[in-house]
Design a protein around this ligand. Structure first.
Ligand code: ZN
Length: 123
């Protein structure tokens, strides 16, 4: 393997997809997923034995960037869900700024931190 690119995060992801395809193929039994699975396995081997480090590295960087965007979105959504348990999220009627207000405080007067508009809400 000396001089070869070896494996990286993208290759590991491709292998997981290949495994999923092959396992699903056992249940479908029409070999629809077998060919794409074997093709992806070929891609995986090609990347592993490639001597073109810079191309494989940039592919991996693109994959990591995309993965970061997707997981970042999920993390943000998870954070918002945890916030909704303890806070109400209102939008300011005049400037659309999102305002976080603690729950269970009764009827309160909310002052927008951005435009200082006041409005009443039940928390
Ligand atoms: Zn405002």
């Amino acid at each position: 393997m000396s001089g070869r690119y070896g494996t990286d995060q993208l290759n590991r992801f491709i292998l997981i997809v290949v495994m999923a395809f092959l396992i699903l193929d056992l249940f479908v039994r029409k070999n629809i997923l077998l060919l794409p699975g074997l093709f992806l396995l070929g891609v995986c081997y090609f990347r592993m034995f490639s001597r073109n480090y810079s191309a494989r590295y940039s592919e991996n960087q693109k994959y990591l960037e995309l993965k970061g965007k997707v997981t970042g979105k999920f993390k943000k959504e998870k954070y918002m869900m945890s916030q909704r348990k303890d806070f109400h999220i209102y939008t300011c009627p005049s400037c659309q700024q999102k305002i976080r207000v603690p729950r269970g405080k009764g009827k309160i007067c909310v002052t927008c931190p951005k435009c200082h508009a006041e409005f009443q809400k039940k928390s």
